[in-house]
Design a protein around this ligand. Structure first.
Ligand SMILES: C[S@@+](CC[C@H](N)C(=O)[O-])C[C@H]1O[C@@H](n2cnc3c(N)ncnc32)[C@H](O)[C@@H]1O
Length: 232
């Protein structure tokens, strides 16, 4: 494998813009360079024609998980709320979130995944002991049970959008990419972004101690990315 993780934010073909075309065969090409991938793609792309999920499966990708937004402000949630939203209909709710799907190939146990944890809740056993045990758990310990010092981070995160500072019209927040990279790429590993836009993935990869390979069709975006990387 040439890369440890792919971060892909492909054109969805949602608009008539010339760059907004789904590149045929890119999922098969991606499968030849890495066995793990985060991909930004709306649920609609899977549930409605052209049913992109079938293309993932045909290229050997298996869905591991998805990150979804929620109306929750807890620090340990992974939500990304867009500043203005991107809904194209006036009779639907304003869409201010993006779904990020995680894919892998081969054995899950062979795929790097460093699950982040957050501070847990410790309850003295004595407190628990005063309560009656819920019938569905049975008797776990003689004096009740305690939570550990950490627990898994939840699948929703709230990060600031790149609104106001973005150098690309669909730029993803570096803070969100940082989380995706730290989860899916080993320290010092290589992240490949085949639709790199602003180069945000490289900024996040560098912060996470990883290397990055960027591919971008638009030369002007490449020039702006290079400048951002050089000055950040
Ligand atoms: C959704 S944007 C990516 C934005 C990026 N994630 C960021 O944070 O800035 C998709 C990018 O893919 C580029 N693109 C479109 N078709 C491409 C292709 N066939 N190969 C490489 N890049 C392509 C577009 O020019 C556009 O910049």
């Amino acid at each position: 494998m040439y890369a440890d993780l792919i971060i892909a934010d492909p054109p969805y073909e949602q608009t008539s813009l010339s760059w907004d075309r789904w590149p045929a065969g890119w999922l098969t090409a991606a499968a030849s360079v890495a066995n793990a991938m985060w991909c930004f793609l709306p649920l609609r792309q899977f549930a409605m024609p052209p049913y992109r999920g079938q293309e993932f499966a045909a290229a050997g990708w298996r869905l591991s998980q998805d990150l979804e937004p929620a109306a929750d402000t807890a620090e340990d949630h992974w939500t990304w709320e867009k500043h203005n939203g991107s809904g194209f209909s006036t009779d639907r709710l304003r869409r201010v979130h993006e779904t990020v799907t995680h894919w892998y190939r081969g054995r899950w146990s062979a795929v790097h995944h460093q699950v982040p944890t957050v501070p847990g809740q410790i309850r003295p056993s004595a407190t628990i002991a005063h309560r009656s045990q819920p019938t569905h758990t049975g008797r776990i310990r003689s004096a009740g049970y305690t939570y550990g010092p950490t627990r898994l981070a939840r699948s929703v995160v709230r990060v600031r959008s790149a609104h106001g500072t973005a150098i690309h019209p669909t730029q993803k927040p570096v803070e969100l990419l940082d989380l995706l990279i730290r989860y899916g790429c080993p320290p010092g590993g290589v992240v490949l972004d085949p639709f790199s836009g602003s180069g945000s993935t490289a900024i996040a990869a560098r912060a996470a101690g990883c290397r990055a390979i960027l591919i971008e069709a638009d030369e002007a975006h490449c020039t702006r990315s290079a400048h951002w990387l050089a000055t950040t």
